[in-house]
Design a protein around this ligand. Structure first.
Ligand code: HEC
Ligand code: HEC
Ligand code: HEC
Ligand code: HEC
Ligand code: HEC
Length: 369
């Protein structure tokens, strides 16, 4: 009897830790990657760790019915109550075999081979590594692969970014309206794609077992985590014009500069003349969704109400009608708000200081000759 109780206690303990088991295991041999992952929005994608996601879910009509439809992408491996706390895990990505295209949202097809992980590495595109230990005729033991899992390097989707598109491509609401989309163009080219921009190679070994100089950044640079890693993909240019000046915003990303409809991008400019600072009009860029010409929550939206968002690979010219003089200096900043300040109140997030912050993606100053 005692043993049975012990066994039950042990099993429930195992289940209680099920959400962490995956990362805890991987951490043993991939500590740098696991630590980065802890800081990522993929790790924090559940209602327990993402307050914005929770705020939207709290207002969602499906909440009353307890029908958490967001799980498909926000907590894809959750099957038990405990696991619902876990967001996306290492397994959620590394077992994606294929991505099926659908109108409502794409679907990840996961491999059913136990402990086989897909990955990418230049020069090993045709390899499948099955873990084994070999003993040579002079008695030396060599191990090949990982003692915990097999690795399949042959999945093309891990080289061109297509494996990101099961969750990131698009999402329709019940009115067959696309609430958000990310252009497919960014997931086709092996040289530059979702992975190369959002998971740049940085210093530090990928595993403690087989040392490497670099690894792919697993904090996933984005709007909320390390946007500075992406600032190289936006540029600002300046030109005097007949009746003022122009600032060109060059978006080198193959998708809208911001993809989520909650965001607002802004260009702020200050004119410095005779040591005085004069703030010039701020320009905002948004994609607002709604119904009958008015903004609504995403589940009610049937149309794009306003779209001034900077598009994929666009060079947007913004005109200022301020006459410049020799010796003037113009400081410009391109940045964004995570949540449109106009929506904070509706989401009951207006008390949150952090969300009122303007994040600068790129700043430059220009001297007038
Ligand atoms: C016992 C140590 C160990 C554990 C535990 C472990 N790995 Fe690994 N992993 C390795 C080693 C060693 C390699 C490198 C193998 C090689 O290069 O041949 C590797 C390689 C990988 C790769 C491919 C790396 C590449 O070179 O592209 C992925 C992906 C991966 N592991 C994911 C995971 C995940 C996810 C977990 C947790 C579920 C995990 N690993 C747990 C040892 C481990
Ligand atoms: C098809 C996959 C998918 C489904 C289903 C899904 N989401 Fe998301 N969600 C995403 C992706 C991908 C992002 C990040 C995309 C971006 O920033 O463009 C995201 C981001 C968000 C954000 C912004 C979070 C932040 O950190 O600012 C909110 C809020 C959100 N989702 C709410 C929901 C709610 C509520 C549901 C369920 C009713 C839901 N999502 C269902 C894929 C999905
Ligand atoms: C050339 C580099 C580049 C490529 C390729 C790229 N992105 Fe981005 N991405 C950016 C930049 C720049 C931003 C805006 C800066 C930021 O979010 O901090 C961004 C922002 C994002 C965001 C946050 C947007 C928001 O509204 O919160 C998501 C999510 C994202 N990209 C996903 C993807 C996916 C998925 C792909 C592949 C289909 C992809 N990106 C391809 C550069 C790139
Ligand atoms: C959002 C998807 C996603 C998640 C979640 C994810 N990975 Fe990865 N991981 C990738 C992709 C894509 C690559 C291939 C990057 C490349 O081109 O080298 C990769 C590469 C790796 C590598 C290869 C070494 C390298 O950096 O080049 C290891 C090891 C690895 N991941 C382990 C993990 C572990 C451990 C976790 C959880 C702590 C994890 N991954 C979570 C997508 C993911
Ligand atoms: C299992 C679904 C899933 C997959 C696969 C996935 N993502 Fe995400 N991703 C999400 C969700 C959900 C969010 C929003 C999390 C939140 O903010 O609550 C997100 C957020 C992001 C963000 C925004 C982070 C920020 O700071 O704003 C970036 C960038 C991103 N993903 C890039 C990628 C890339 C690159 C890949 C492929 C290597 C990928 N994702 C694969 C579901 C996924």
């Amino acid at each position: 009897m005692k043993a049975l109780i012990y066994l039950l206690a042990l099993t429930s303990l195992l289940f209680a830790n099920a959400d962490k088991a995956d990362i805890v295991t991987c951490e043993k041999c991939h500590p740098i990657i696991a630590a980065e992952f802890e800081s990522s929005m993929h790790k924090k994608s559940s209602i327990y760790e993402d307050k914005i996601h929770k705020a939207v879910w709290d207002l969602h009509p499906a909440k009353e019915k307890g029908d958490y439809k967001c799980a498909k992408c926000h907590t894809p491996n959750a099957t038990t109550q405990e696991e619902k706390h876990a967001g996306i895990t290492c397994i959620s990505c590394h077992t994606i075999m294929d991505v099926e295209k659908h109108a409502k949202a794409n679907k990840n097809i996961y491999t059913d081979k136990p402990k086989t992980f897909y990955s990418a590495e230049a020069g090993r595109e045709s390899e499948k590594v099955i873990y084994k230990t070999t003993t040579s005729w002079w008695g030396n033991k060599t191990t090949i692969g990982s003692a915990y899992h097999d690795i399949d390097y042959t999945n093309e989707k891990f080289y061109n970014g297509e494996m990101c598109m099961g969750c990131h491509s698009h999402k329709q609401n019940s009115h067959q309206f696309d609430v958000c989309t990310t252009d497919e163009a960014g997931a086709q080219d092996k040289k530059q794609n979702c992975i190369t921009c959002h998971m740049p190679k940085i210093d530090g070994t990928a595993t403690t077992v087989r040392l490497s100089k670099q690894h792919a950044f697993h904090g996933f640079a984005g709007a909320r985590v390390k946007p500075e890693l992406l600032s190289i993909y936006v540029d600002l240019d300046f030109k005097e014009s007949a009746d003022g000046f122009e600032v060109t915003i060059d978006n080198k990303a193959p998708h809208n500069l911001m993809t989520h409809p909650l965001r607002v991008v802004q260009l702020k400019a200050v004119l410095i003349r005779d040591r005085k600072q004069i703030a010039l009009p701020t320009h905002s860029f948004v994609k607002v969704i709604g119904k009958e010409g008015k903004p609504t929550m995403p589940w009610l939206a049937t149309e794009v109400v306003k779209d001034t968002m900077i598009k994929a690979n666009e060079k947007r010219v913004v005109s200022f009608d301020e006459q410049l003089k020799s010796g003037d200096k113009v400081e410009v900043k391109l940045g964004f708000y995570i949540v449109n300040p106009k929506v904070l109140k509706k989401l009951n997030l207006d008390g949150d200081k952090e969300l009122k912050k303007f994040t600068v993606l790129k700043g430059k100053s220009f001297n007038v000759k």
